[in-house]
Ligand binder design. Structure first.
Ligand code: GDP
Ligand code: IMO
Ligand code: MG
Length: 427
C-alpha cells in the first residue's frame, strides 16, 4: 500500500473515520495533520461505536503508531478525556500515541472567544463547534500561540498565558462584555495537563520522515472537508485550517513528493453541519435523507443539513486535492428512494455554470440543475462485490465516476468494517 492522504471531498462527515480504520490494517502509522476536536470520526466495530476527535482513527488496531501532527490544535483536557475513554474500553494507549511538540494548544480563553465571537455575529454566525479552534489558529498566525513544548516549562508558560490574557481580557471586558479569565486558574491546571501528556510529546517530524525512509506506510488523516478549507471552502463559512491534501505536508513536516496517493472520501449524497451555503440542500433541510442516513453530528449532535449529490463540488475537490481515486460512502442510505438527483451544473443569475464560483453571493444564489436517475429498492448493505448491486446502483456510481473524473476504489455500504467493497488491490 502507498502512503495516502485521506481527504473529505465535501463539507466533512463523509465517513473518513470508517475508511481510515479500514485502511489502517495495512498501514504502519496514521497521522492527523490539521483541525482539532471539532472533528468527530466514527468507527463501528461489531456494533460498538467509537467516536474519535483528536486521536487518529488507526488507534483501534493494535500496533499502529498514531501521531497528532504539528498542524493540529490540541485541547489537552479533551485529549486526556479521549485517552481515558478509550482506555476504559480496553484500548491500549501508550507507546502507540505520539504528539508533535510543535502543535499549538487550545486554552479556555480560545473556547470563550469562539462562543463570544459567535454571539457577536448573531444571525450571521458560522455555527462553529465552540471548541476554540478558530481562536487558537488566530493566535498561531498572530505569533502569540503556545505550543505543546511550552506546556512543560512553568516559567515560560506562566509568562505567555499572562501576556495573552492581558489582551483577551481587554476584549472580553471592553468588546464582548463577558467574564474575564484569571491566569491562576489556567497555569496550574495546564502544567498538570502538560505533565500528563509529556510522555507522548516528541519530534514527530523526525519520526514520520524516518518511517518513510524505512518504507513504512503512513496514512494522513484529514479532518473536516475540502469545502470547509480556509482558502478553498465557502468562505467565511469554513474552518480555520487546511483540510485539503496540501495540508498533510505542512501539517506534518513531510515534503509533498513523499506522499504517494490521495484518496477522496465522497458521500453518496451531500451533508453540511452549521451555517453557510449548501447548493443542493433539499428544501426541508433534507429530513428524509437525515433520517435514513442518521445524519446527526458526531461531535455536537446537531442535525446535519442534507442534499443531493453535487458533482460540481466533488469535481472541484478532485482538482484541489488531485485525488485519482475515491471512496464512495453511505451508498446504502439511498436504497428505497425512487428517483435520485445529481447536480452537474448551476444556474447563477440566469447563466449556466459548471464550476464552483468564488463569491459567497454567487454561491448563495445558485440554483442547481439536476439530472434524474432511477433509484433501487434492493438491500445492498450485504453485497460482497459490485456484481451483486442492482443495475441502477451501478448506473449511479458510473455517473459519479464520469462526472467527477476519478475512479471509485472503495464503496461503503454500511458502518461496519465488513460492509465495504474494495475495488483496488492497493487498498
Ligand atoms: P467523518 O467525520 O468523515 O469520519 O464521518 P462521521 O463519523 O462524522 O459521519 C459518518 C457517519 O456515517 C458515522 O456515523 C458512520 O458510522 C456512518 N457511516 C460511514 N460509512 C457508512 C456507510 O457506508 N453506510 C452507513 N449507513 N453509514 C456509514
Ligand atoms: P469531521 O472531521 C463537519 C464545521 C462547523 C462549522 C465550521 C467551523 O468530523 O468531518 P469550527 O469549530 O471548525 O471553527 O467550525 O466547520 N465543522 C465540521 N463540519 N465535520 C467536521 O469535522 C467539522 N469540523 C468543523 O460545523 O460550520
Ligand atoms: Mg465527523
Amino acid at each position: 500500500m502507498p502512503n495516502v492522504v485521506i481527504v473529505g471531498a465535501q463539507w466533512g462527515d463523509e465517513g473518513k473515520g470508517k475508511i481510515i480504520d479500514l485502511l489502517a490494517e495495512n498501514a504502519d502509522s496514521v497521522v492527523r495533520y490539521q483541525g482539532g476536536n471539532n472533528a468527530g470520526h466514527t468507527v463501528v466495530i461489531e456494533g460498538k461505536k467509537h467516536i474519535l476527535h483528536l486521536i487518529p482513527s488507526g488507534i483501534l488496531h493494535k500496533g499502529k503508531l498514531c501521531i497528532i501532527g504539528n498542524g493540529v490544535v490540541i485541547d489537552p483536557t479533551a485529549l486526556i478525556a479521549e485517552i481515558e475513554e478509550l482506555t476504559a474500553k480496553g484500548i491500549e494507549i501508550g507507546e502507540n500515541l505520539k504528539i508533535s511538540e510543535l502543535a499549538h494548544v487550545i486554552f479556555p480563553y480560545h473556547r470563550a472567544l469562539d462562543t463570544a465571537n459567535e454571539t457577536k455575529r448573531g444571525s450571521g454566525k458560522i455555527d462553529t463547534t465552540h471548541r476554540g479552534i478558530g481562536p487558537a489558529y488566530n493566535d498561531k498566525f498572530a505569533r502569540i500561540g503556545i505550543r505543546m513544548i511550552d506546556l512543560m516549562h512553568p516559567d515560560r508558560l506562566e509568562k505567555r498565558i499572562q501576556r495573552n490574557l492581558e489582551e483577551k481580557n481587554f476584549m472580553f471586558k471592553q468588546y464582548y462584555a463577558v467574564t474575564e479569565l484569571n491566569s491562576r486558574d489556567i497555569v496550574g491546571p495546564y502544567l498538570a495537563l502538560g505533565r500528563r501528556l509529556k510522555p507522548f510529546v516528541t519530534d514527530t517530524v523526525t519520526l514520520i520522515n524516518r518511517m518513510l525512509d524505512e518504507k513504512k506506510k503512513v496514512l494522513f488523516e484529514g479532518a473536516q472537508g475540502t469545502f470547509l478549507d480556509i482558502d478553498f471552502g465557502t468562505y467565511p463559512f469554513v474552518t480555520a485550517s487546511h483540510p485539503t491534501a496540501g495540508g498533510a505536508s505542512t501539517g506534518t513536516g513531510v515534503g509533498p513528493t513523499r506522499i504517494e496517493k490521495i484518496l477522496g472520501i465522497v458521500k453518496a449524497y451531500t451533508t453540511r453541519v452549521g451555517s453557510g451555503p449548501l447548493p443542493t440542500e433539499i428544501s426541508d433541510g433534507g429530513e428524509d435523507l437525515r433520517t435514513r442516513g442518521r445524519e446527526f453530528g458526531a461531535t455536537t449532535g446537531r442535525p446535519r443539513r442534507c442534499g443531493w449529490f453535487d458533482a460540481v463540488v466533488v469535481r472541484r475537490a478532485q482538482v484541489l486535492n488531485h485525488f485519482e481515486q475515491m471512496a464512495v460512502t453511505k451508498l446504502d442510505v439511498l436504497t428505497g428512494i425512487p428517483t435520485l438527483y445529481i447536480c452537474n451544473e448551476y444556474l447563477i443569475n440566469g447563466e449556466r455554470v459548471s464550476s464552483f464560483p468564488a463569491s459567497l453571493e454567487d454561491v448563495e444564489s445558485i440554483q442547481p440543475v439536476y439530472e434524474e436517475l432511477p433509484g433501487w429498492n434492493e438491500d445492498i448493505s450485504g453485497a460482497k462485490n459490485i456484481n451483486q448491486f442492482p443495475k441502477n446502483t451501478r448506473r449511479y456510481l458510473d455517473r459519479i465516476e464520469e462526472l467527477v473524473g476519478a475512479k471509485i476504489s472503495v464503496i461503503s455500504i454500511g458502518e461496519e468494517r465488513s460492509q465495504t467493497i474494495m475495488l483496488d488491490p492497493f487498498f
